[in-house]
Write a protein that binds this ligand. Structure first.
Ligand code: HEM
Ligand SMILES: [Cu+2]
Length: 840
């Protein structure tokens, strides 16, 4: 397939591809789904949020510069640090790394776009709207003020009666949807659309980091999404989850939060480390010292980081043995991180490093991050943690890790990939001043803060008395804070002006090894005019002429057949081509759906519930309408099968990207359900006032019957699929109709259970969790039922059939999952009294 097709005029080829892939202008630019544009939008927006959060930091440092100042009120200070932390973590760090990955991953793995372009665009709009909703709370003076982790009961209605906390819960949950969407898309793209021949062991190292990060997001974010939904239900509707008097437990929030929060630190650190592992070899002019050990370290970090959440809770009263365990585990995570640092140092040591601009930031990163790691090991010692808990020592440590570990590598990356994005080089003197001011300013600010902390200055106090010895370090810290701000300002000026004044960049200006530098500078929306076979880990080092041959269309898919956007679907392990994937083009639906969800949020915040309900219906309709333009819909697929020999279109197979997309979404869903079950068991065993009724209020028989119906629906769909596999579609409609009816019956039984069980969620945590679990099951059943009913219509339209058997396989996964949930619910809800009643 990758043998050279008959020569054609490259100009023709580019014109043809340009016609199909072109990004519209004017208002229609809002419909763009191309990953290059979406990735840039993510990064620019993330950078703006970074600057806003930075201004808040400067305000705080101004307030703390001298003792006894009243430049900010206590309340304003609390809002400022909460908003600063929240924005840095959720609106800057995560979207920035996801945006960078969106922009780079297809180019690095030799694909033409991400595999679900519309999902990427949707993610961006969710992020933008969620971020704007959250930021508006600052403008309105209604920002949350209980810290970026929103501990209950501080964030409960009793202590935070205004809408402040709701802004956090609603805005940030909206942003989380975007992160999960991005993770699904990146995971599937990396696994399924690598260039022909790019086996796992030849994958660029950055793709490994993003692969692991995506899985971590899929498993790590759902607990927080769940926690936010529960807390919002408690605040808005009075349901009981975290209220001790009604059988809840505020510590449940802390568990859910840190179940997310600890991996979160690695979720933003790993991609940043991925940037380091990509850049270090380029500037050292040699391959990474051990690709294999790096991969092992990255994967292990992903695993260990989930076992660590409890170390944030050492001071809340955890059994001693558990403390010992988590303390040890916290130190264990230093091992894979140490391996990576060793690999970087060894690579630099054995290479001939060049001190160009990105390399400066890398050195800054190494120095600062290692220092932050050392104080981290100190904090992992339980007795030391007791000592400095909640002082400025912790603030200093945290910033060494976050600024050193995330901001510095990201800036290295920005400078490195800048010429690719704009075709121009940064301005040398501005860039160097920017680095040195930031580096010196940063260390001056935070090194001193360790000292302030050891002197006992607690974090989160808005002012302090003179005479405690805290004046000098605070003043020094604030002055250096402004030095750092000046450095960042230089960087901003450079980024903003270089596209005009910068020197034109030669192709591959840093002498890199990875494929993104085979794109035009700036890249065309289709990245590659033809798709080359990749047989080396460092393609541009081993085949320096590759960019020209790609551009001249000498490799596969050198055309825009049927006028569609296409890319290879390849084997997840070997990278051998399996199908040709047709990607959807520009669309209004992502924006429409995200805007409707944004209206739901606004309706909830302003308590205009009618608006929320109408908008929710609109959002659901928009999502369904969006899903309609898929597979064999004329806007997506041609009616004929003109593909290279040996391959098929993805809609003609049983194994297209949608199947993988559904699978990874369900992984996130499983994590959500798992946290829910964890919460339920946790309350049973730990919550002091948890009072279960003597007898379970739900009927085990009814729940089992509902589960059996869901299983039967899945069975019917499986039957349909078995027929399709043999090439028959005669049973298609009856099978789908049967599954729809069974699904409807399943929902009806669950609905009846909810209606008749004597459950009052406002009365007790027991009832609240139970109702929530039942609703969770019924929502999944309903979604599966509605989409199955739509399949019947799609068969009528001839979008599904023996010739295009792809969609029922996707639905089947959803059905198995719903059935699994239904069985788990039938087991856990009536079963808990039997088992746990004895334990209590
Ligand atoms: C640009 C330089 C920065 C300065 C001068 C700065 C300064 C501060 C200050 C003064 C606080 C409040 C400490 C307290 O009173 O408890 C704070 C908190 C925090 N900062 Fe920064 N910061 C900076 C950058 C960052 C970055 C890049 C991140 C993350 C990527 C970050 C994440 C946080 C977090 C999570 C908190 C805790 C907020 C909370 O307690 O709710 N900061 N920062
Ligand atoms: Cu942690």
């Amino acid at each position: 397939m990758t043998t050279n097709p008959p020569a054609r005029d490259p100009a023709d080829l580019h014109a043809e591809l340009e016609r199909v892939w072109r990004n519209p202008t004017g208002w229609r630019a809002l419909t763009i789904v191309n990953h290059t544009t979406v990735g840039l939008r993510f990064m620019v927006t993330g950078f703006v949020f970074f600057l806003v959060a930075g201004v808040l930091a400067m305000l705080m440092r101004s307030q703390l510069a001298l003792p006894g100042q009243s430049f900010m009120s206590a309340q304003a200070y609390q809002q400022a640090f909460t908003a600063h932390g929240t924005m840095m973590m959720f609106l800057f760090a995560v979207p920035m790394v996801e945006g960078l990955a969106c922009y780079l991953i297809p180019k690095m793995i030799g694909a033409r776009d991400l595999v679900f372009p519309r999902l990427g665009a949707f993610g961006y709009w969710c992020y933008l709207f969620g971020g704007v909703i959250f930021t508006s709370s600052l403008v309105l003076g209604l920002a949350p003020d209980s810290g970026w982790f929103m501990y209950t009961p501080l964030s409960s209605r009793t202590y935070s009666p205004g809408v402040n906390a709701d802004f956090w819960l609603i805005g940030i949950t909206f942003v989380e949807i975007s992160s999960v969407a991005g993770a699904v898309e990146l995971l599937v793209s990396i696994l399924r659309t690598r260039a022909p021949g790019m086996a796992l062991h030849r994958m660029p190292i950055f793709a490994w980091y993003i692969l692991v990060t995506s899985v971590m997001i899929l498993v790590g974010f759902p607990p927080l999404i769940l926690g936010s939904i529960l807390l919002e239900l408690e605040r808005a509707a009075g349901w009981a989850f975290f209220d001790v008097n009604r059988g809840g437990d505020p510590l449940l929030w802390q568990h859910l939060f840190w179940l997310f929060g600890h991996p979160e630190v690695y979720i933003i650190f790993l991609p940043a480390a991925g940037v380091v592992s990509t850049l270090v070899p380029v500037f050292a002019r040699r391959p990474l010292v051990s690709y294999r050990w790096t991969v092992v370290a990255v994967v292990t970090t992903g695993f260990i980081s989930f076992g660590l959440w409890v170390h944030h809770m050492f001071t809340v009263g955890i059994p001693l043995l558990a403390m010992a365990f988590f303390s040890a585990a916290s130190m264990l995570v230093a091992v894979p991180t140490g391996i990576q640092i060793f690999v970087w140092l060894a690579t630099l040591w054995t290479g001939r490093p060049e001190m160009r601009i990105p390399m400066l930031w890398l050195v800054g990163f190494l120095v600062v991050f290692v220092a932050g790691g050392l104080t981290g090991v100190m904090l992992a010692l339980v007795p030391f943690d007791w000592q400095v808990h909640d002082t400025h020592f912790v603030v200093a440590h945290m910033h060494y890790v976050l600024v050193g570990g995330v901001l510095f590598p990201l800036l290295a990356g920005l400078y490195y990939w800048l010429p690719l994005a704009t075709g121009r080089m940064p301005t040398e003197w501005l860039a160097r001043w920017g680095f040195w001011l930031t580096f010196i300013g940063f260390n001056g600010t935070f090194l001193v803060m360790h000292w302030t902390g050891l002197l006992g200055m607690p974090r989160r106090i808005y002012t302090y008395e003179a005479g405690l010895g805290w004046e000098l370090p605070n003043l020094v810290s604030s002055i250096f804070g402004f030095v750092m701000a000046a450095g960042i300002a230089m960087v901003v000026v450079d980024l903003a002006t270089h596209a005009r004044v910068g020197r034109r960049a030669p192709r591959n200006p840093w002498g890199a090894d990875t494929l993104e530098w085979a794109c035009a500078m700036p890249p065309a929306p289709y990245n590659f005019a033809s798709q080359a076979r990749i047989e080396a880990r460092h393609p541009l080092w081993e085949q320096p002429r590759l960019p020209e041959s790609i551009e001249r269309g000498m490799h596969a898919l050198a055309h825009a057949r049927h006028g569609r956007r296409e890319t290879f679907g390849t084997d997840p392990i070997t990278g051998e081509p399996r199908e040709v994937i047709h990607l959807p083009g520009n669309s209004w639906w992502p924006l429409t759906a995200a805007a409707a969800i944004g209206l739901v949020c606004i309706g909830l915040l302003t308590k205009v519930h009618a608006l929320a309900i109408v908008a929710a219906i609109a959002a659901f309709a928009a999502l369904l309408r969006w899903s309609w333009e898929n597979g064999m819909h004329p806007s997506c697929a041609p009616q004929d099968d003109d593909v290279p020999p040996g391959l098929r279109l993805h809609s003609r197979t049983f194994d297209g990207p949608g199947l993988w997309g559904m699978g990874s979404t369900l992984l996130a869903d499983t994590a959500l359900y798992g946290s829910l079950v964890f919460g339920w068991l946790y309350l049973w065993v730990v919550a002091p006032e948890f009072e279960p009724p003597a007898q379970s209020p739900v009927s085990a028989t009814a729940l089992a019957a509902a589960a059996a119906l869901a299983t039967a629906a899945a069975g019917s769909l499986r039957h349909v699929q078995a027929h399709l596999r043999r090439g028959h579609d005669g049973r298609l409609v009856p099978g789908l109709v049967l599954a729809t009816l069974l699904g409807a019956a399943h929902c009806a039984v669950l609905g009846w259970q909810i209606a008749q069980a004597p459950l009052v969620p406002q009365r007790s945590a027991h009832d609240a969790v139970m109702i929530f679990m039942l609703i969770y099951a019924v929502v999944h059943g309903a979604l599966a039922t509605v989409t199955t009913a739509l399949q019947v219509l799609r068969v009528r339209h001839r979008y599904v059939g023996a010739f295009a058997p792809y969609e029922p396989a996707v639905l089947l996964q959803l059905w198995w999952f719903s059935a699994g949930i239904a069985w788990a619910t039938a087991l856990v809800l009536p079963g808990a009294p039997l088992v746990l009643g004895v334990l209590r």
